[in-house]
Design a binder for this molecule. Structure first.
Ligand code: AOF
Ligand code: ZN
Length: 343
């Protein structure tokens, strides 16, 4: 699967899946902004028309359903919501957390049908929002987008059931003149990828992350900047930047100051597994690994990754160099036991 174009399983003429993808498109904009909450999107529909749509934008902020309901009510009047259908990527909550239960707001608005993309995997939330809606006589249906909503919250599902963050491992390979694939060793610099498309893709992965993990070798070799540059970042976003240093040696002071100024809390660590556990405790859902061969080999050998984004340099033909055709190819893969593939 190429990360340049996410493949989606939308059955032909399936209107439910289409509206659920409107909700998904809302949620996706805030991946990387909502931890320790999941990204969630919602869309309200009546007579085939979208009345309002919205997303959960940050922890502590209103839930996606509430944003969509408020937008629809202010655009069309609250009476318009009666007998509307709500498409929401995650089961509406039925608990008093930082906000009051979405299930109640849905009932009050008179919404008669609720299409849910994924059940809430959070075992600490005593909810059954779906059950409450059903008991109140509303039509409740599950999974209109064939697993895409489960995939959206896979990092949240992993974190809320194991306490560990989801690890995305970014890798780049070059083909040598002898035809061997070698890892492009450095990771932070802008020279790693040949095409703008790949650069944007790599920076989108940063945008989606709560922490970036690299190795001291990479830092010393390149003094990389790890901030999001080729796509817009979330507003006022600070992230953790983890430097694996087996010897315990510190990165250079100027580099530490540079990364602090770019919005990072830098942690220098020596134990990979203990660090992932610690990051989970800090509320980190998504770790992006951007490392050289040594740390990458450890991530691979210890099977610590959940998802990989792999860039492969193509062997150029002379005419490609003139045409400006992208000299790379990218794909994404998931560990075989990725939880979102099940049920
Ligand atoms: C929803 N809609 O948009 C989100 C939900 O602390 P709170 O009140 O924000 O609750 C957080 C929990 O609510 C979170 O752990 C997850 O189980 C659920 N998230 N639920 O109905 C939303 N973000
Ligand atoms: Zn809620």
């Amino acid at each position: 699967m190429s990360p340049h174009f996410e493949s989606r399983n939308v059955p032909a003429h399936d209107e439910d899946a289409l509206f659920m993808h409107v909700a998904l498109s809302e949620a996706e904009r805030f991946i990387g902004a909502t931890a320790p909450n999941p990204p969630v999107g919602a869309c309200l529909v009546k007579d085939g028309r979208i009345l309002g749509q919205g997303a959960h934008m940050r922890a502590g902020g209103p839930h996606a359903e509430i944003v969509a309901i408020e937008r629809a009510a202010s655009a069309h009047g609250s009476g318009a919501l009666k007998d509307a259908a709500l498409y929401v990527t995650l089961e509406p909550c039925n608990h008093h957390g930082k906000t009051s239960p979405c299930a109640d707001a849905i009932l009050e608005a008179g919404i008669s049908r609720v299409v849910i993309g994924a059940l809430d995997p959070n075992p600490n939330v005593v909810g059954d929002g779906a059950g409450k809606l059903r008991a109140a006589g509303r039509r409740v249906e599950l999974d209109a987008a064939d697993g895409d909503c489960r995939r959206l919250i896979a990092p949240f599902a992993k974190w809320s059931t194991t306490g560990l963050p989801w690890v995305t491992h970014k890798l780049a390979y070059r083909v040598t003149p002898e035809g061997r694939l070698t890892m492009i060793p450095e990771s932070g610099g802008d020279t790693t990828f040949t095409s703008d498309r790949s650069l944007r893709e790599a920076h989108l992965e940063r945008r989606k992350s709560d922490a970036i993990l690299t190795g001291l070798g990479t830092v010393l070799a390149d003094h990389p900047k790890f901030n999001v540059r080729h796509v817009p970042d979330h507003k006022n976003r600070r992230r953790y930047l983890i430097v694996m240093s087996e010897s315990g040696a510190e990165p250079p002071r100027e580099w530490l100051e540079q990364e602090w100024d770019l919005g990072f809390e830098v942690l220098v660590v020596s134990d990979l597994r203990a660090t992932l556990k610690h990051l989970g405790e800090l509320g980190v859902h998504r770790v992006l690994v951007e490392a050289g061969p040594t740390l990458s080999a450890a991530i691979k050998a210890e099977r610590l990754w959940d998802e990989r984004v792999v860039f492969v340099q193509r062997r150029p033909r002379p005419e490609d160099l003139l045409s400006g055709e992208a000299l790379d190819y990218a794909y994404r893969e998931f560990a075989a036991d990725a939880a979102w593939k099940k049920n």
